[in-house]
Design a binder for this molecule. Structure first.
Ligand code: AHR
Length: 517
């Protein structure tokens, strides 16, 4: 079937903030321990960080990393993770029913961030703690010297301030599972006061307040409105979290149902690409309504700081291991082709909302719902979802252009007609490259796509043309077959360039990245 995509150099959405390609490292399961950190692993560096995971992290190309949680953060004492390792306390982690050894803490994490080339997005504990701890943690991290806390950091070997610019004010404070959950009034006031103190300590930082922990929370919308009513003046971002699922109901997911009747069809699963766009639009509307009530020109931006597919590893034993284990196998979701396609589609939605989504973190990085998997003492490999993320992080630079689509589609019960084509176009005036990100979500038919790149210059040369497609939507990358699902070069006869136009054949159920100059 035929489809067209038209962009015009003059019709811009916004410059793309590269912090959109963030990921997340939480102290939970095997994300930190036997994930990024495993002293004694054959590839470990002098600090104990795995070299193979660091190399894959660099290849993933993420720009930002959120740390130290997640739910973990709401019970975390940052002081436990600094100073000589042998003196650090072993604690119960109430968020994940695990034992936390604190062998990795702030200074090790910051050094690792620098090594892999990512900016940190730090978080403060507004669960068991509050404004006092928040200001102290920030002072420890960012103050140059001459105070007890900044000198303490130096005595721990971190002579230079970490200069962490982006901070989360707690995590998912609306969730009943959260350690010291709060009402929107309690949290909004706490976020205001903690944020106020933190900006006194370091006025250069930016702050993200917690939005709803999911689109279907009972307090969704009201939570954001009430919270921002309190802390609008001190915060810069409101967070959004989403985990995509194939389960039709939360009850079936929590029970780990294996009944195919409890699962959505693939087209229904893919409709969550569109739900994500509506979610963003709704939160923008709520944030702007708060601004309007105050007659304020300030615009709160969005931090989509947890998003991924997560539904298989979501039943009881994944959330509540018994016996307080250290680094248990939690949320070790095995991703397939279908997931990679959805991730590609969601990335187009995020890019097409670049005017308001400035920060986003795919959750998480390693083992725990991660694009990278490891075995203790063994190899590390790329899950299917690694690929669309790495391609977007590599090629999406510059300004996002408004895509105008003409594509047949399918009917969805609540969204109406959805186009088979999902697309985003990012143009980098500096290097002259234009990157197209294209998902064909038709499962059976190829798409004959005509692309018109108006005003972007004729005689374009191809820099990159690849396609991620696998005949089996359930195919996964495993330790024994780590590259089963991966992009491959687009066949030469699948793409023709003529002046400002291109003709591209997109296979059914395929994710395609085309870069021209
Ligand atoms: O990413 C896993 C968990 O999901 C995080 O700890 C929490 O913030 C969310 O509920």
């Amino acid at each position: 079937f035929e489809a067209t995509l038209t962009v015009d150099r003059e019709f811009e959405i916004a410059p793309l903030d590269r912090r959109m390609f963030g990921i997340f490292v939480e102290h939970m399961g095997r994300c930190v321990y036997t994930g990024i950190y495993e002293p004694g692993h054959p590839t470990a560096d002098a600090q104990g960080f795995r070299g193979d995971v660091a190399a894959l992290t660099r290849e993933l190309g993420a720009t930002l990393v959120r740390y130290p949680g997640g739910n973990f953060m709401s019970g975390y004492n940052w002081e436990d993770g600094v100073g000589p390792r042998e003196d650090r306390p072993v604690r119960l982690d109430l968020a994940w029913y695990s034992t936390e050894t604190n062998q990795v803490g702030t200074n090790e994490f910051m050094a690792w961030c620098k090594d892999v080339g990512m900016e940190p997005m730090m978080g403060v504990n507004l669960g068991t703690r509050g404004p006092d701890e928040a200001r102290h943690f920030l002072e420890y991290c960012n103050h140059p010297g001459g105070t007890a806390l900044s000198e303490l950091r130096k005595s721990h070997g971190a002579e230079q301030p970490h200069a962490a610019k982006l901070w989360c004010l707690g995590n998912e404070m609306d969730g009943p599972w959260q350690i010291c959950r709060k009402t929107p009034e309690e949290y909004g006031r706490m976020a205001l006061e903690a944020g106020k103190l933190m900006k006194m300590v370091d006025p250069t930082i930016e702050l993200a307040a917690c939005g709803s922990s999911a689109h279907d929370m009972p307090t969704y919308g009201i939570w954001e409105d009430r919270v921002l009513e309190h802390c609008f003046d001190v915060v810069d971002y409101i967070s959004l979290h989403t985990y995509f699922s194939k389960y039709k109901s939360a009850a079936a997911m929590n029970a780990g149902s294996q009944d195919p009747a409890d699962l959505m069809s693939t087209p229904e699963f893919f409709s969550q690409i569109d739900t994500t766009g509506h979610f963003i639009d709704e939160i923008v509307a709520v944030a702007d309504a708060v601004a309007a009530r105050r007659h304020s020109k300030k615009r709160i931006m969005l931090s989509f700081d947890e998003w991924n597919v997560w539904y298989r590893a979501r039943h009881a034993e994944h959330l509540k291991p018994t016996g307080w284990p250290q680094a248990p196998r939690l949320l070790e979701e095995l991703y397939n082709t279908e997931d990679a396609l959805l991730i590609g589609g969601v990335l187009t939605t995020l890019m097409n909302h670049a005017d308001r989504v400035k920060v986003a973190c795919m959750a998480q990085l390693v083992n725990v719902i991660g694009p990278i998997m490891t075995e203790p003492g063994g190899p590390a490999w790329r899950q299917t979802i690694f690929h669309p993320f790495a391609q977007a992080a590599r090629w999406a630079r510059g300004t996002v252009l408004q895509p105008v689509l003409r594509s047949p589609g399918y009917t969805h019960a609540s969204h109406g007609e959805l186009p088979y084509l999902c697309a985003s176009v990012v143009d980098d005036a500096e290097s002259g490259t234009t990157a197209l990100f294209l998902l064909n979500r038709n499962l059976t038919d190829s798409m004959a796509l005509t692309v018109n790149l108006r005003g972007l210059g004729a005689s374009r040369e191809l820099v990159e043309a690849s396609q991620l497609h696998h005949p089996d939507l359930q195919a996964c990358n495993t330790q024994s077959d780590p590259d089963q699902v991966a992009p491959s070069p687009l066949a030469k006869n699948a793409i023709e360039i003529e002046g400002e136009s291109m003709r591209i054949t997109l296979k059914p159920a395929s994710w395609n990245v085309i870069v021209t100059r």
